[in-house]
Each structure stands twice: as C-alpha cells, then as structure tokens.
Design a protein around this ligand. Sequence first.
Ligand code: DAK
Length: 257
Amino acid sequence: MPYEFILIQREEPIAVVQINRPKQLNALNSRVMLEVTSALEELDADAAIRCLIVTGNERAFGAGADIKDMASATPVEMLEKNWIAYWDRIKKVSKPVIAAVSGYAFGGGCELAMTCDLIVASESAQFAQPEINLGVIPGAGGTQRLTRAIGKSKAMEMVLTGRAMSAREAEARGLVARVVPTESYLDEAKNLAREIASKAPIAVRLAKESVNKAFESSLADGLDYERKLFYFLFGTDDAHEGMNAFVEKRKAEWKGK
Ligand code: DAK
C-alpha cells in the first residue's frame, strides 16, 4: 500500500519504520496506525529482515492520539475505530520490535512504545499518559503496561497527574532498556537491532515469545511454556551449530533452521 505518514528504511537485516507527521508531533490518527501496523507485518513476513525498529523524530516519537479527531467523537465512533486492533496486531509480530524514542512519547505514543518489545530512549525522551488532562484515561494499554513496567505507585502517579517521566527515570524504573545521546539515538537503536539480528533467528523468535508470556501467565505456566520452547530448540540445526561452534572455538553460522 502507498504510505502517507510513515517512511521505511531497509538496511538488511534490519528495517526502520519512521512515523512522519512532524507538524502534528506525530499525533497518531487511524491512518498512521494502519500504516505502522501494515509495515511491521510486511517486514515481519520478509525473510531478509530480522529485527525491526519503530521511531519518530528527535522532537517527538508520538504525542498521542490525534486530539482533533477525537474531540467530538461518540462512544460508538471510538468503538468502531477499533484502534485497539492495531496494538493487538503489533503485539503479534514475531520478530523483535525496538521502539527508538526521542522527545514526546505521550498517550498513545507511550502506549505504542510500550507495545514494542523494548525501548531505546534518547536523553531528551519523555514518557507520559496525559489523558487525565483531557478528561479521559489511557485506552490502548497505558494503565496495564505502564503498571507492569514500573509498578503500581509510580504508574498511578503518572496516570492520575499526567506528569511526564524523563528518559533517565524511565531507565531507572525499567521502562526503557537504555538511554543514549539524542544525536545518535537512532544509530544506537540500529546497532542493538543488528546485534539481535546476528543471533540464531528461531531462538530470537522464541525468546521474545517466552519473555512476553511472562506478562500473560502465572509463574508456573510461564516456566512450563519456557521449558517447552527450550526443548523444542534442540530440534533446530542452529542449536547444534551454536554449541558445536563453541566447542570448536569458531563463530557459529546460523541457518535459521
Ligand atoms: N493531537 C493532535 N495534535 C497535536 C497533538 C495531539 N495529540 N499533540 C500536539 N499536536 C499539535 C498541536 O496542536 C500543534 O499543532 P498546531 O497548533 O501547530 O496546528 C503542534 O502539534 C505542535 O504542538 P504544540 O504547539 O502544543 O507543541 P509544544 O512543544 O508546545 O507542546 C506537547 C508539545 C506534546 C506537550 C503538547 O502538544 C501536548 O500536550 N500535546 C497533547 C499530548 C496529549 O495529551 N496526548 C494524549 C492524547 S490522548 C483509543 C486508545 C487510545 C487512545 C485513543 C483511542 N481507542 C482504544 C479507541 C489514545 C489517546 C491519547 O493518546
């Protein structure tokens, strides 16, 4: 499909999906969400790509859902937008998705970043769920994912006041994996993506699946799930290649089989 609000950069084995609505600080409307979701799904199906990045620009990852679009919406219109379906589709992408965040990650922007597998933040990134200031609450996972990421008390504070959290605090609280200089945040995210892309592809896919399972299961069920994936990997050529390469003191050559 022709894209209006995103740019795609392919640098095999990684690819970057950049939200490109700079005048509106990358406010997310239905079209933006459709394009981001479709691009991620296309790249997920592309065998030459092994790790994905979603980003915005230095000033804004995304300032949230487009408030102008929502200002006079009725409950039925919001329901029919079925926005949440985009987040569910992004969650189903099998390859790792890194959010490279600089500037504002507010409301739906913060929720989009949290839906990715991990966040690399620039020093100037700010995270907030400011929906309370609009008379509503987060609707695309903010109250749930933020709480799981940073704990109840801090999530409560952010959701009830709408106050923003700095990149450094987000790192200290485990919301983001690492904070990097603003001028090189995308390069740092790409380096991380390339590192992940250099690992055994099936193991990467199942590792992602297993970590994500931790958010949706009891500890006992999660451990059980992890163990089954672990046993399964012994049926792959790559597992034997990885272990033999270690024993033979050489670099492993992954086949993704
Ligand atoms: N929507 C529309 N336009 C936005 C916007 C947004 N969220 N954020 C910024 N803009 C626009 C501004 O209107 C302005 O446009 P012009 O006036 O120049 O035409 C331009 O971007 C620059 O913004 P500012 O002039 O305000 O820039 P500042 O640097 O002064 O301030 C700011 C930046 C990010 C602090 C400020 O713009 C701001 O507070 N923005 C709103 C942030 C916000 O409240 N975000 C949460 C939106 S609610 C759903 C699930 C989830 C959601 C919706 C539905 N369903 C399940 C159906 C999500 C909801 C949200 O995210």
